[in-house]
Design a protein around this ligand. Structure first.
Ligand code: N2P
Length: 388
């Protein structure tokens, strides 16, 4: 069965669908949230509401119900599929959300823009469960780990349906660098028969495309983007679709055989195909060139109305069993050292989920480019997608 990750289903689960509080995808801006309509609660006695905006397919079935049961706090949980969508919402202000989950490099931009508030770590009694190495890595973008707590992490890579790819390649052996499967016409021209899909976001595709053409992954030089774009344009005719949240079901359903996407979603797609009784041999590949690491972090918007509840939720997630529950449900690594013992053995030993140190070293670290470059990147991505 498909787990009820989608907010509409979760809303039904929580019994709030009938109240008009639940919205799909990025349509939430039009909805009236309970936070907006409620009379302000006296200080120290916060209204029992928490509004969360997170990536789709990123939650265990019991994460929210257990929190609600325990605290009496009603959660409204909406989902998005790209940092770009979340960022635009935060920029427009008054999101109504109390916790949002940008990747760490985007959260850095949001801190610089005054859109987030610092955590009160005195309220996070489970903070000590976090892995010091991950905290150190995050401190590169968030000094003193003042704003961000990692939800889960993974990396952008190539995912394949092993059987379908082998069949489509025929006599041709797998390339030494698996990125050739999505960036080299020699391979894409064959694989288009079983379907190639790309994430639908410039900041997911370009760092990797730049590295593939020998340029710095976070280059601020517009000429480098032109070179990467020209490489991408050559494979464009072979790409069937651009989709981010849709890759799990597309792979699980056998509609595509190759994806530029998130490693966690590839493992999840395999599990979902098994649940759907149509098992597909889907694998996240560790490429010789390396993928692009991301850490999706819980942060509190500057104008959040339920800051105390937000801290309660973050502290709840940091419980070893809860954090492990997320990892077990969605096959993404968590940053919680104390959680490891609660992670299912199969997940814990999967080296595409918990990467060995030598493979972590090969990943492009999360990073940013300047605003002018982001515009150049977006323009080239649109050109790439539209095939102009
Ligand atoms: C969850 C995808 C989140 C990963 N399905 C992208 N940061």
């Amino acid at each position: 069965m498909n787990l009820p990750y989608k907010n509409i289903m979760l809303g039904m689960l929580l019994g709030i669908a009938g109240l008009g509080l639940v919205a799909c995808g990025d349509k939430t801006a039009e909805t009236t949230t309970s936070a907006e309509t409620a009379v302000a609660a006296p200080a120290g006695d916060e209204e029992k509401v928490l509004n969360i905006y997170n990536w789709s397919d990123y939650l265990a079935e019991d994460t929210i119900p257990n929190f609600e049961k325990e605290t009496g706090i009603k959660v409204r949980y909406d989902v998005f599929d790209s940092n770009e969508i979340l960022h635009a919402k935060l920029m427009a202000k008054n999101t109504g959300y109390d916790i949002v989950v940008p990747s760490s490099n985007w959260a850095r931009l949001q801190i610089d823009g005054g859109l987030l508030q610092k955590l009160d770590k005195s309220k996070l009694t489970n903070y000590g469960n976090l892995d010091p190495d991950i905290l150190a890595q995050m401190a590169n973008l968030d000094p003193d780990n003042a704003y961000m707590v990692d939800w889960l992490w993974s990396y952008t890579t190539v995912g394949i349906n092993v059987d379908k790819v082998k069949a489509a390649l025929g006599d041709m052996p797998m390339p030494e660098n698996a990125w050739d499967l999505v960036f080299n016409p020699k391979y894409t021209s064959k694989l288009k028969s079983c379907g190639i899909t790309f994430l639908d976001a410039p900041t997911e595709v370009f760092p990797i495309a730049l590295k593939y053409v020998g340029k710095p992954a976070h280059s601020n030089n517009a000429d480098d983007y032109k070179v990467a774009y020209e490489m991408l344009a050559k494979v464009r005719p072979d790409i069937q679709k651009f989709s981010s949240g849709g890759q799990i079901d597309d792979l699980a359903g056998g509609n595509v055989c190759v994806a530029l996407g998130w490693a966690g979603d590839f493992n999840l797609a395999r599990n979902r195909s098994i649940e759907n009784k149509s098992p597909q041999n889907i694998e996240a590949l560790i490429t010789s060139m390396g993928g692009y690491m991301f850490m999706d972090t819980m942060v509190i918007p500057a104008d959040a109305k339920h800051v105390d509840n937000a801290h309660k939720f973050i502290n709840y997630i940091l419980r070893p069993e809860v954090h492990a529950g997320l990892t077990n449900a969605v096959t993404y690594a968590n940053p919680n050292k104390a959680a490891t013992q609660f992670v299912d053995e199969e997940v814990r030993n999967n080296k595409t989920i918990f990467l060995p140190a030598e493979d972590v070293k090969k990943l492009i670290p999360p990073g940013n480019v300047d605003n002018a470059t982001r515009r150049v990147m977006t323009r080239y991505f649109t050109q790439f997608k539209t095939g102009a």
